[in-house]
Design a protein around this ligand. Structure first.
Ligand SMILES: NC(=O)c1ccc[n+]([C@@H]2O[C@H](COP(=O)([O-])OP(=O)(O)OC[C@H]3O[C@@H](n4cnc5c(N)ncnc54)[C@H](O)[C@@H]3O)[C@@H](O)[C@H]2O)c1
Length: 358
């Protein structure tokens, strides 16, 4: 099963976090599929942003609101009358969660409560909810095997534990309020580090490298030997879309789902920086940032067999191509290209039937 344009055409979708990095990519993708998208976000989190550069706002309704405010969330659900809800709004940064733990929990945990409760009370036409959490929701036992969906939730830092808690909230709401087969079907999606054009998140590797490249500055790289699982942003986004389609078809798909990259795409930070530098004309200067750094959990691998077997999902963009597409996106920006067109073209090329799984 792939992303089905017939399914999405005319579909009413509420997407929280649409001004963020992943949200802006998904909002554009949904627009290109002909969905009627309403976005709900607090702000545009970075300057510059994919949301503004690709003029994402042009093809959708956009509501400014705070997921911590339950009345605002309920009003947005009532107004948009969505059939499908995809929840991405979050305080998404591990490092910031050390500086702002309370805000992180309020946004990521109570924001999820407010959204699910608004669906419970106002979501008369909602049939599928996909709550986007993170691979960091699992209690990281620092072991070498892939984590499966039924593994215990946890998290060392406030961000990770807020995502584990958001999973527990989702599970409790599913069992308490959304168990009826004809009611909303609620799933959660767990994916790891994503890369792609248009990310300006702070303390994220490729944004740091691309920012430095565009400004002709030196990038400071932490932990170059740390191995991380990388994937292009469109890979997990295709998983979220396929999951929503499957939920629509059957309540049996309600539950947690991993969307991780293939094993060979777990590579050291230094190798990613080196490859990006090779692709950037003139290269990128880098230096070692030897800290001190807050605690960073070791590599956590997802086992995505369930999504592969039951949803027929597979990532279509391998890591080499992901780095290439990402660098090409920033080069297009530097060249003054129309970034809406460039972004839509990257979405289109990943959705072509010829694109096979990696
Ligand atoms: N980017 C990654 O590598 C990654 C990895 C794993 C999981 N995720 C998860 O995917 C989702 C999207 O990530 P992203 O990288 O696009 O994040 P981002 O930081 O780029 O965007 C966050 C979005 O949430 C909105 N938001 C933040 N606080 C809000 C609030 N209180 N009320 C309403 N809206 C609020 C922002 O306005 C923005 O639209 C998040 O849930 C994140 O935790 C991201």
């Amino acid at each position: 099963m792939g992303v089905d344009p017939d399914f999405w055409r005319g579909r009413r979708v509420l997407l929280t976090g649409h001004t963020g990095f992943k949200g802006a990519w998904l909002a554009l993708w949904l627009q290109s599929l002909g969905a009627r998208v309403t976005g709900f976000s607090k702000d545009v989190p970075t300057q510059p942003s994919l949301y503004e550069l690709a003029r994402v706002r042009e093809g959708m309704d956009s509501v400014t609101g705070d997921v911590r405010d339950h009345e605002q969330v309920a009003a947005a659900v009532a107004q948009a009358a969505p059939e499908i809800v995809i929840h991405m709004a979050a305080q998404s940064l591990v490092r910031r969660s050390f500086a702002q733990p309370r805000e992180t929990y309020e946004t990521n945990v109570m924001g999820t409560v407010n959204l699910l409760d608004a669906v419970r009370v106002q979501g008369k036409e909602v049939r599928a909810v996909v709550n986007v959490t993170s691979d960091k929701c699992y209690e990281n036992r620092e072991w070498e095997w892939g984590y499966r969906e039924d593994e215990p939730m946890g998290g060392h830092d406030p961000y990770s534990s807020s995502k584990g808690a958001a999973e527990l909230v989702t599970d409790a709401y599913r069992r308490s309020f959304f168990a009826a087969p004809d009611g909303p079907r609620v799933a959660s999606a767990r994916a790891g580090n994503v890369i792609g054009g248009g990310d300006w998140g702070e303390d994220r590797l490729l944004p740091d490298v691309m920012r430095a490249a565009l400004a002709d500055e030196t990038v400071r790289v932490r932990n170059p030997n740390s191995i991380r699982p990388w994937q292009h942003v469109l890979n997990p986004l295709s998983g979220y879309l396929v999951l929503a389609q499957a939920l629509w078809d059957s309540p049996a798909h309600a539950g947690g789902w991993n969307f991780g990259p293939p094993e060979q795409d777990a590579r050291p930070v230094g190798a990613i920086v080196q490859r990006a530098g090779e692709l950037w004309p003139g290269g990128v200067r880098c230096t070692l940032d030897d800290g001190p750094h807050p605690h960073e959990a070791r590599y956590l691998k997802l086992d995505s067999s369930r999504a592969r077997q039951r949803l027929g999902w597979a990532p279509v963009i391998g890591l080499d191509s992901a780095i290439e597409q990402t660098v090409r996106w920033y080069l297009a920006l530097k060249a003054g290209k129309d970034m809406r067109e460039v972004t839509l073209e990257q979405i289109e090329s990943c959705s072509r039937p010829a694109a096979g799984p990696v």
